[in-house]
Structures are given as structure tokens and as C-alpha cells.
Design a protein. Structure first.
Length: 219
């Protein structure tokens, strides 16, 4: 995982932790919240991996039962070890495996972010996450006005908070940090939406960011 990608994901988690007006937070507050966010990430990763392991153990038991009850083994002498039997991969089984792979991927990513953030050589992660938060602090009214302007027929207060935070992060980078390629910022905003928000979020966020890019001549 690249440091900047880890920083954006950490910034997203940081934004989700805000419980008061953004301008009330000092840099020290932001760094403290980042530390708490890393702890949340590692705790969630541990829980998700335990869930995946539990599901794998249950699936292994089901496969063993299927093997034991297969006619091939039922017809074998008592006390003789079971032999492997053909097993058709059902849609249900395949779906469960895909869910576990997704859980494991998220957990591994969370652990990578935590590792990036805590290594002295990777201060860029924490620093860039704080840069994003501070850029939004200084320009929050303008950024929210931009989102409201382009989110036609949507009340900013009623937007999904995850979508608002992803847009706030991306617009902060595009207009006020200006330290990353436009395409990278947009692509990673869409990845955050796919990972954390609703099925329709990616297209909604992409549409808003496309309008911002055109309006400010960033393309």
C-alpha cells in the first residue's frame, strides 16, 4: 500500500471521529484522533479476522460432514478412514468464500495502514492525513458550499456522511493541497466510496468531482 493511499483512508476514518465543529480541533487533537483511529482499525481488523476464521472452521465442518455422509464413505467398512469425495462448488459456498476473502482483504489493509502510521520512517502518512484535515478546517465553508452547489436536489445535511467526508477529503486535496495528480485523488475517492459507502455512492461522488474539476480548470 502506498503512503498517500494509507493517509487518505486514515483521513476518512479521522473525519468520521469528529464529534464537534471541525474548527475547534487543534493539530494535537487531530493527531490524538489519528492514534485512536489506528487503534480502532487494528481492533476491527482483529475482529474481522476472527470472524473469517470462525466461518472457515464452520465451512470445514460442513465439508467433513458432507464427506462422511457421502455414499462412497457410507458404504465403506466401519472404522475405516473416510476417503475424499467429489464436491460440486455451490453458489452458496462460493459466495461465502468471497465474503471471507473480502473480510480478510479489509483486515489486511487496516493492518497495513496501522503499520504505515506507526513506523517512524512513514511519518508522511500521519502528516498527510493531518494536512487534509487542516485544509478542510481552513476552508470548510467553501468546500461544503461547493458540494452543495453541485449536489443538485440534495440537501447537504441529508447526504450520507461517508459520501460528504469522501468529497471533503478529495476537494481539500484538489483545490487546497494540490500535491497529488487529479486522477489519483479521484480514483482513490471512488475506492473509498466502494469500500465504505452505498452502491450508488461511487457514481454520485464521481459526478460531483467531475463538475469541480471542470469548474476550476483542473483537467
Amino acid at each position: 500500500m502506498q503512503a498517500r493511499r494509507a493517509a487518505r483512508e486514515l483521513a476518512f476514518i479521522l473525519f468520521s471521529q469528529f464529534d464537534k465543529k471541525i474548527t475547534n480541533y487543534s493539530k494535537s487533537d487531530l493527531e490524538d484522533i489519528i492514534l485512536k483511529s489506528v487503534r480502532i482499525l487494528t481492533s476491527n481488523a482483529s475482529d474481522e479476522l476472527k470472524l473469517a476464521v470462525g466461518s472457515l472452521i464452520a465451512m470445514r465442518g460442513e465439508i467433513e460432514d458432507y464427506e462422511a455422509n457421502h455414499e462412497t464413505n457410507l458404504n465403506r467398512p466401519i472404522g475405516v478412514a473416510n476417503v475424499p469425495v467429489p464436491m460440486v462448488m455451490s453458489a452458496e459456498m462460493s459466495g461465502r468464500i468471497n465474503e471471507m476473502i473480502e473480510i480478510a482483504d479489509k483486515a489486511l489493509m487496516a493492518l497495513e495502514i496501522a503499520e504505515f502510521t506507526t513506523l517512524d520512517s512513514q511519518n508522511e502518512v500521519k502528516g498527510y492525513a493531518v494536512d487534509i484535515a487542516e485544509a478542510f478546517q481552513k476552508n470548510h465553508a467553501e468546500i461544503d458550499d461547493i458540494i452543495q452547489k453541485h449536489a443538485k436536489n440534495w440537501d447537504l445535511q441529508r447526504l450520507v456522511k461517508m459520501d460528504k467526508d469522501i468529497l471533503r477529503i478529495a476537494i481539500s486535496e484538489l483545490l487546497f493541497i494540490k500535491d497529488a495528480p487529479m486522477k489519483v485523488v479521484v480514483d482513490e475517492a471512488l475506492e473509498l466510496a466502494k469500500k465504505y459507502s452505498t452502491d450508488d455512492s461511487s457514481s454520485f461522488i464521481n459526478g460531483i468531482l467531475a463538475k469541480v474539476i471542470v469548474e476550476y480548470g483542473l483537467n
